[in-house]
Design a protein around this ligand. Structure first.
Ligand code: ADP
Ligand code: MG
Length: 393
């Protein structure tokens, strides 16, 4: 009996990774342009749980025998944070990810080569420390940042130049790219800097992805007409599983789930075609038992708290005003002033909370109106209110 992947497992093996044939073909075709000396840059968007990370990890496996593939999850910048999250944290993480990729690569070896880069690059390093076999250059002072940054940003092309015979190109996947918004600096300026470097490179392909609302300002800062990469970046959206895909998926991978037609329709409606919810909910359903519409409704109510465990944790960590803003949006999307009126405060008084909630991707702004991002989270709040007479503050 094949088992469905866990909802939080995005490192899927080939027997677990389902479909996405067209997506893989499209992205691969673009990434392969690096062979021809052009630098494709892709912005991979899609709602939370749709499978962006899983797809990148799959691409990484597919490409790793011919390319050097660097995967950096920007949430890990945190570990380099001293007093604030800044560009240096980004560069250190990027550097570490490149070296890790070299280390894991069965095409190239870093050992002596990387040391050579340090020596030929004429900036003053305090020392080179070795952490887990990874040589880490320690800067004398933060003033060396620009040199370190240009060194790190150039490193992929350097590595390519030194391994032309073995490598078709270098691919860089940056996940959770929205973390850049947390940097204590001018994000847009930083994006323009990255773009200026990337456009001089010839054999490096980039994918930026992460949990962003489709309406996120960051997306237009990157890919919009006046954005840093405007016109030079491919904005590609990963879509939810269609009704048919979901049906075929479960028939193939979970044939022990005996849906009636109405039961399956309801299942699809509950999960919204989001692979995260499809796997998580399907794993909670009883095997070899008729799953009709009523049964699915009952099971869904029971499962909600498990499906939403991450989001409800976030909810309980919000402050009262942030919670009340979300609660005000359960019935319908509202303008900022309407939210303020409901809370009995001025519009100015909720600015910070709105930003926080947007950054956490709990709400999003769509044409002047704020709305709750995740439909299933919204359903949970509604249910809590109906059962308990109030929201779970
Ligand atoms: N192609 C796929 N086949 C099967 N399950 C998938 C696939 N893509 C994603 N999933 C499921 O969805 C979950 C969420 O995927 P993830 O890549 O973390 O989403 P995102 O990065 O877009 O938020 C995974 O943990 C996995 O359970
Ligand atoms: Mg992800």
């Amino acid at each position: 009996m094949a088992s469905l992947p866990l909802g939080n497992d995005n490192d899927l093996d080939d027997s677990q990774f389902y479909n996405r044939v067209n997506e893989i073909k499209f992205i691969s075709d673009n990434l392969e342009l690096t062979q021809k000396g052009s630098t494709p840059t892709i912005l991979l968007t899609g709602i939370r749980g749709v499978g962006k990370t899983a797809l990148m990890k799959k691409l990484k496996k597919d490409f790793k025998d011919e390319y050097l593939v660097v995967y950096a999850d920007l949430t890990a910048m945190d570990k380099f944070k001293k007093d604030k999250l800044n560009r240096l944290c980004f560069m250190k993480l990027f550097y570490e990810s490149i070296i890790k990729a070299c280390d894991e690569s069965n095409i190239i070896t870093i050992d002596k080569k990387i040391m050579k880069y340090f020596k030929t690059h004429n900036f003053q390093l305090d020392k080179i420390e070795s952490v887990d076999k990874i040589p880490i250059p320690i800067l004398k002072s933060e003033e060396d940042y620009p040199k370190f940054a240009s060194y790190v940003m150039d490193l992929p092309q350097q590595i390519y130049n030194d391994h032309k015979e073995q490598l078709k190109g270098v691919l860089i996947f940056m996940d959770e790219f929205q973390m850049l918004k947390q940097l204590d600096e001018d994000v847009n300026g930083f994006l323009w800097y990255i773009r200026s470097v990337i456009q001089t490179q010839k054999n490096i392909g980039y994918i930026f992805s992460g949990s962003m609302s489709m309406k996120d300002q960051l997306i237009s800062d990157i890919a919009g007409q006046h954005g840093a990469f405007g016109g030079r970046i491919l904005n590609y959206e990963i879509k939810i599983f269609s009704y048919e895909t979901t049906k075929n998926y479960l028939t193939e991978k979970a044939d022990y789930l005996n849906f009636t037609d109405d039961g399956f329709k309801r299942f699809y409606k509950c999960t919204n075609g989001i692979p995260y919810y499809i796997n998580s909910f399907a794993r909670l359903l009883p095997p070899n038992e008729e799953l009709n519409e009523e049964k699915i409704i009952v099971e869904f109510k029971k499962s909600l708290e498990y499906l939403l465990v991450n989001l409800t944790n976030e909810w309980y960590r919000l402050n009262k005003q942030e919670q009340r803003i979300i609660a005000s949006l359960v019935e319908k999307p509202l303008k900022r002033i309407e939210i303020a009126n409901k809370l009995g405060v001025t519009s100015g008084a909720i600015g910070t909370s709105l930003k926080t909630l947007q950054n956490k991707i709990l709400i999003e702004l769509d044409n002047d109106k704020y709305q709750i991002y995740d439909q299933i989270f919204k359903a949970w709040l509604k249910k809590e209110y109906e059962e308990k007479g109030d929201y779970p503050y």
